[in-house]
Design a protein around this ligand. Structure first.
Ligand SMILES: Cc1ncc(COP(=O)(O)O)c(C=O)c1O
Length: 396
């Protein structure tokens, strides 16, 4: 019997409330320590909620026990993630084909090192998460851009462009699924078509699926589950770190689904796995466990409301801004070019509206005149931030 994914069955759960601002300002992380207190930080992808209780409990217990040593080879992550993938996405993951490492970008770099030769070209689809264009040279590759297609209603992969780039010799595609910053959830059909292209040209696909637990308008298709061919050509890299706000704890998973990629994964240097943080692994197990599903559902309710609230707030305060409600995650990609705040409007918004947004041009040339806003916060903070930017617009 095929069990329908849980995400399609659960009625809306009450929203998760963000922590009070004074508690957030006491945090020592990048989001809260990069700017003075008069700035609202909405740039880096951290969220403003208390951790899921099972995560807090396991971390407290580890500290109480002085349990701060090295991470064992399999701290339970593989099986827990496999159960999570089956429960949420109907995806069968073989725990024997999974390994861990320190974080998602570390996993991407190591998989690239193992699958390309120095100087090989690797395709990315801008606008995209800025470290993508840095991790490719770090792994010895050369970035080849095949931008997303914007058809006026949404974004999609430029499959013809990717085909041409692969035919021209590119050896790998670094996919973002769901896509940061647009929040696009790629369709099964486009993922399967991408897999066919990679297979035809003898290339690999590395799919960064870190935002997958936060798909609002699904279904989410894991790349490796898109088709048998996808399993043959693909690697997925994921983590609990975005949805559950665990980025500082350093743990990610590299997943394969066929013998060829699994052999590559097994062949990675043992050090790659030793870099997994123990707290990250413990927290990851607690996050992917069923006991944290209710917390995740509450978070998704909050984010779902915030992504819609943002549309209303922009219509009221920044009517010339162009924003599409994202299908996934807590990041909003906003075109504010109509306001004449220059190529990188986040600079002006930081100086004059005291709201720190991520710089659009860092995501590629498509990001000129754009900002990325993190709405993983309270609705009130979102209201205040957009009102401040609206006041700047009214004054300029
Ligand atoms: C698409 C994407 N990949 C990777 C990361 C970073 O993950 P990690 O800290 O595990 O390297 C982020 C962080 O926002 C992200 O948005």
């Amino acid at each position: 019997m095929t069990v329908p994914p849980l995400d399609t069955l659960v009625p809306e759960t009450p929203p998760l409330e963000a922590l009070p601002l004074d508690a957030l300002r006491r945090r020592s992380s990048t989001k809260w320590q990069s700017y003075p207190d008069d700035v609202i930080p909405m740039f880096v992808a951290e969220t403003d909620f208390a951790l899921a209780e099972p995560i807090t409990a396991v971390l407290h217990a580890a500290i109480d026990a002085g349990d701060t040593g090295y991470t064992p080879p399999d701290p339970g992550l593989r099986a827990t993630f496999a159960a999570y993938a089956a429960r949420h996405w109907g995806w069968t993951v073989d725990p024997a084909r999974v390994r861990s490492t320190g974080d998602v970008m570390m996993g991407v770099v190591e998989l690239l090192r193992a699958t390309i030769q120095p100087g090989d070209r690797v395709i990315i689809a801008p606008p995209v998460y800025p470290p993508f264009s840095m991790c490719i040279p770090e792994a010895g590759g050369v970035v080849e851009e095949v931008p997303l297609i914007d058809d006026g209603a949404g974004w999609s992969l430029d499959l013809a462009g990717i085909d041409a780039a692969l035919a021209g010799g590119a050896r790998a595609v670094l996919l973002c699924n769901p896509h940061n910053p647009t929040g696009t959830v790629h369709s099964r059909a486009s993922l399967a078509a991408l897999a066919d292209l990679a297979h035809r040209h003898g290339a690999v696909v590395i799919s960064d699926e870190i935002h997958a637990p936060l798909v609002h308008d699904g279904p989410f298709t894991p790349f490796l589950a898109a088709s048998d061919t996808a399993a043959e050509v693909g690697y997925a890299v994921t983590s609990a770190s975005k949805a559950y706000n665990l980025a500082g704890l350093k743990c990610a998973l590299m997943i394969t689904a066929a013998d060829g990629p699994s052999a590559v994964l097994r062949g990675l240097w043992p050090e790659v796995e030793w870099r997994t943080g123990l707290f990250g692994a413990l927290a990851g197990v607690a996050a992917f466990d069923e006991a944290s599903d209710a917390w995740l559902a509450g978070l998704k309710t909050t984010l779902d409301r915030n992504r819609r609230l943002l549309a209303e707030l922009l219509a009221e305060h920044l009517p010339l801004a162009r924003y599409r409600v994202p299908d996934a995650g807590y990041l909003a990609w906003i075109d504010v070019s109509a306001y004449g705040w220059g190529d990188d409007p986040a600079r002006r918004i930081l100086t004059d509206a005291k709201v720190a947004l991520h710089h659009g041009p860092l995501f590629g040339a498509q990001g000129i005149g754009h900002v990325r806003l993190n709405f993983g916060c309270s609705p009130d903070l979102l209201r205040t931030a957009i009102a401040r930017i609206g006041a700047l617009a009214a004054a300029s």
